[in-house]
Design a protein around this ligand. Structure first.
Ligand SMILES: Nc1ncnc2c1ncn2[C@@H]1O[C@H](COP(=O)(O)OP(=O)(O)O)[C@@H](O)[C@H]1O
Ligand SMILES: [Mg+2]
Length: 426
């Protein structure tokens, strides 16, 4: 209001600095009487105004550093908050992942899926086969297990879910001294992890064909043959419905700490077959060298196909050789053995594993004959697994008393002059 030249502020107890510029230059002291705390050009300096100016001056830098402090604090707080949020999100994700895993136990188990998942590390891998990767694991209570991670094609997501689940339940119910126990399995929507009891000495195939093969003395080999036969016999004759192994081979006979044999991976090849993943023959119905001839014609397997494969394992035990790869193109162990021996005693000694220091010849002959019975071209000519157990345990000796079930005890090796009459037909 440039026209304003006079104003009366008197006795209002105002305080502060009155500016001397603009319209204020028209006013005089009388306009401000009765306001002791006012100061300015015509009112004289007032201490509070000076102090106010001073404090404004010092508050400037103080508030700047305060602001800096505030900003830094906020920054630290927001970083801490972000870190906490990330950690929380991760733990939530882990928890929800763990929840997605389901443990199906076939006996009382003192571990969880989390414990099983912890085993799936590169350094724990103990083997890779047609049916997936196998990891060794130690559970919190110290129990050792083998975890088999099945290929994705055999997963729950496939259309064969129900079949898989039902069959695995069947396999989980099997209890036999010479069959590797399936303790349980963990599954989520895309993976199946089978948890087996752990066999410290690995597979017969690895031991027999590895450097330690020479340490497998004849008595041990014979014992392993009988024990594996009992395991298979149980699957074929004492399970209802009967279970075909479909992948009998030395790598699927596992050895515990006492070198006692346990049949592994029974029934699994079926799922591989169903799932249509068939990179190797193991994924169809057995592994190279172990497959019964009828499979080539009929594409069907029955228990006699398992018997054929078991015969090949017996030949491996006698000769110490792998079923294929050592005999030239297209020749497998069965053809080679037939060619070499003519089923004569001298012939058998020719094909015998040279790493065996001493052997009872009659026992070797006996096992060899059982092997040859098992690998008969015609499946009807092969014995059943029950018969295999009987004949194997019925070592040639005077006055035999044979057991007739799959639990027949292992006989002590004894010598005799000839194989049982039903073997002479070979
Ligand atoms: N329960 C087990 N205990 C100890 N080792 C095992 C067990 N199961 C499998 N393995 C090891 O893992 C290897 C691979 O097994 P697998 O995947 O079944 O393939 P394959 O039977 O063709 O060898 C076996 O040869 C064996 O050494
Ligand atoms: Mg196996």
């Amino acid at each position: 209001m440039q026209s304003l030249t006079a104003i009366d502020f008197s006795y209002n107890n105002l305080s502060g600095l009155v500016p001397g510029t603009g319209q204020f230059s028209y006013f005089n002291a009388s306009s401000f009487v009765g306001n002791p705390d006012l100061c300015g050009p015509y009112l004289g300096p007032c201490s509070s105004a000076i102090e106010g100016a001073g404090s404004t001056h010092t508050r400037g830098p103080l508030s700047a550093s305060f602001k800096l402090l505030l900003v830094t604090g906020l920054l630290i707080c927001s970083i801490a908050f972000a870190v906490a949020a990330i950690i929380k999100a991760r733990s939530l994700k882990k928890a929800s992942e763990a929840r997605a895993w389901k443990l199906t136990a076939f006996q009382r188990l003192e571990f969880t899926c989390d414990d099983v998942l912890d085993c799936l590390k590169e350094e724990n891998i103990i083997g890779k086969g047609g049916a997936g990767v196998v990891y060794k694991g130690v559970m919190p209570n110290g129990e050792q297990v083998a975890v088999k991670r099945l290929p994705a094609a055999m997963s729950w997501g496939s259309s064969r879910d129900h079949g898989f689940s039902a069959e695995i339940q069947t396999l989980g119910r099997i209890r036999h001294r010479h069959i590797v126990r399936l303790l349980g399995f963990c599954s989520n929507h895309e993976t199946n992890l089978l948890v087996y009891e752990y066999m410290p000495n690995g597979s017969l195939g690895e031991v027999l064909h590895g450097k330690k093969g020479g340490h497998l003395l004849w008595h041990t080999r014979y014992k392993i043959a009988v024990e594996a036969a009992k395991g298979l016999c149980y699957l074929h004759h004492d399970c209802s419905p009967l279970i075909l192994h479909r992948d009998v081979k030395s790598n699927n006979i596992l050895l515990d700490s006492d070198l006692e044999a346990h049949v592994a991976d029974f029934g699994l090849a079926k799922f591989l077959q169903d799932s249509g993943t068939s990179e190797c023959m193991s994924a169809i119905a057995g592994s190279y060298g172990y497959i019964a001839p009828e499979y080539a014609y009929t594409l069907k397997v029955d228990e006699k196909s398992d018997v054929y494969s078991f015969g090949v394992v017996l030949l491996e035990l006698v000769t110490g050789r792998k079923p294929v790869g050592e005999f030239g193109d297209g020749v497998d162990i069965v053809q080679w053995v037939r060619r070499m021996t003519d089923s004569s005693k001298e012939g058998v000694l020719k094909i015998l594993d040279p790493r065996l220091p001493t052997v009872p010849p009659d026992e070797v002959m006996h096992v060899f004959y059982v092997a040859m019975l098992c690998v008969e071209e015609q499946s009807v000519g092969r014995p059943t697994m029950r018969e295999v157990v009987q004949i194997l345990t019925d070592l040639p000796r005077p006055a035999t008393t044979q057991g007739d079930d799959c639990e027949a005890p292992i006989r002590e090796a004894q010598s005799s002059s000839s194989p049982p009459p039903d073997l002479l037909s070979i």
